[in-house]
Design a protein around this ligand. Structure first.
Ligand SMILES: Nc1nc2c(ncn2[C@@H]2O[C@H](COP(=O)(O)OP(=O)(O)OP(=O)(O)O)[C@@H](O)[C@H]2O)c(=O)[nH]1
Ligand SMILES: [Mg+2]
Length: 438
């Protein structure tokens, strides 16, 4: 994976902190130096690295650990938070009628990402059309056209067009019945004034809700400057990080993301259309730093910090709000945190016994449920009772499963819902909330 060696180096720093008999300012300074070196080697921008490590050092030296947290855990938690700040929280794209402009320099994966995004939105129930506004490279038209056939989306392009603006104008008219229109643009270099001008014109004409910058994770230091140029010209609303499956250092792309301050929306993890994931910063950093200890630590930190939040959630669920969305969050947390066995000890979920072998089956089953829920619309997640007949068939098709699997998911959901309703013991409830079951 991209950022592999950065991850290794950071994991070593964590080990060092966690294994130290006691934490003093010398150790903190040394560890900050280690982190600095690791980030610089990974190609993260120098100024950002210095700012980041200075903040970690300052906080580690001055902030007191939360109650119940050891001083080693406290320092690691600060590291985690500061790295998260560098990457931002991420944001998922809204499922609504809109126009999306895709931009970025040459060969970053714009055209491929157009198709990946189209497929994602279609699975959510939106109709999508794509416009080939890259008129500078003749093959770009064919590439997008073929991809649109592959994902079954509408397409507009004109192989003989002389102006990108004309293509966009006509494309918007042709595809006006689509919910979402994705506009693929030509790859450009930030110094290419002509192409930047064209992009600004397209942006002024289309007034797209989203202007998504596509950044290849293998781009080095120059990624930051390029990202800034796009941001100054059109204002970036989100980022897709591509080629995360490679073995590049990746820090250049992270610097670019921090530079424009726009949230990462998706990551591309391969050349195939389905190699596309929603960006989840907590999961991403956990993966980078190694799960295990970190996950336990984060849960503990959450327990102390999120008491209030847990209280809110408890109220919400106690008042009967438990739609598929809450169920989804529950499954996400369960599978992410590996707390399934703990939950099983507390809640006898029917069909999933504490048996170790069965546990793996449950994990697999829950992963399948997540894929199925990814194929649902917001409306269906909010009001699962409307999922019948053709809706059910569409969801099953989108998720590549059979309708009986969708039915099984709904059965589990209903069981959980009844269980939640029946649960009157606040204490157990609170405990469950903390573990993410709600
Ligand atoms: N491994 C990997 N390859 C990718 C990914 N995304 C795109 N690619 C590959 O990167 C190459 C360039 O992708 P394109 O989508 O054509 O890039 P582009 O930004 O549209 O390129 P231009 O239009 O020439 O500027 C292709 O070979 C893609 O298959 C990814 O997430 N992982
Ligand atoms: Mg392209």
């Amino acid at each position: 994976m991209v950022l592999e060696s950065l991850g290794n180096a950071l994991r070593n720093s964590i080990k060092r902190v966690m294994n130290a008999p006691h934490i003093d300012s010398n150790l903190i300074r040394e560890v900050c130096k280690d982190i600095q070196r690791a980030l610089l080697q990974a190609d993260v921008n120098v100024k950002q690295v210095l700012d980041l490590t200075k903040r970690i050092e300052k906080r580690a030296l001055t902030e007191k650990p939360a109650a119940g947290m050891g001083s080693g855990e406290h320092v690691v938690h600060i590291m985690y938070e500061e790295l998260s700040n560098l990457l931002g929280k991420g944001r998922s794209i809204e499922l609504k009628k809109q126009k999306i402009l895709m931009l970025g320099i040459y060969g970053q994966g714009k055209t491929t990402s157009c198709a990946k995004l189209a497929r994602y939105l279609q699975k959510k129930g939106l109709s999508v059309g794509m416009v080939a506004a890259d008129i500078h490279r003749p093959a770009a038209y064919d590439q997008l056209k073929q991809l649109s056939e592959k994902v079954n989306s509408k397409f507009y392009g004109d192989i003989h067009a002389k102006s990108a603006i004309d293509v966009v104008d006509r494309g918007l008219k042709e595809l006006s019945d689509c919910d979402v229109i994705i506009i693929d643009t030509a790859g450009r270099h930030k110094l290419d004034e002509e192409l930047m001008k064209e992009l600004k014109e397209i942006n002024d004409r289309v007034k797209p809700e989203e202007r998504i910058l596509v950044i290849d994770a293998t781009t080095g230091q120059q990624a930051k400057e390029q990202a800034r140029a796009f941001h100054e010209n059109v204002g970036i609303t989100g980022v897709i990080l591509t080629k995360m499956d490679g073995s590049a250092k990746g820090g250049g792309a992270l610097s670019a993301v921090a530079e424009v301050g726009a949230p990462i929306m998706f990551i591309g993890t391969g050349e195939k259309i389905e190699d596309f994931e929603l960006f989840d910063s907590e999961r991403f950093i956990s993966r980078l730093l190694g799960m295990g200890d970190l996950q336990t630590l984060l849960e503990r930190a959450k327990e102390t910090i999120d008491e209030k939040e847990a209280e809110e959630l408890t109220k919400k669920v106690m008042s009967g709000k438990f739609t598929l969305k809450e169920f989804y969050d529950e499954l996400k947390n369960v599978t992410k945190m590996g707390t399934l066995d703990k939950i099983m000890e507390l809640v006898p979920l029917p069909g999933a016994r504490i048996d170790k072998d069965k546990m793996e089956d449950s994990q697999r089953l829950f992963s399948k449920f997540k894929v199925i829920m990814d194929s649902m619309t917001e409306e269906e997640l909010e009001s699962p009772q409307i999922i019948k007949g053709t809706r059910m068939a569409r969801i099953a098709r989108g998720a590549g499963v059979e309708t009986k699997d969708v039915k099984e998911l709904l059965r589990y959901y209903n069981m959980s819902k009844n269980m939640m309703k029946g649960m009157k013991n606040r204490k157990v409830m609170r405990q469950l909330m903390k573990m993410g079951l709600g």
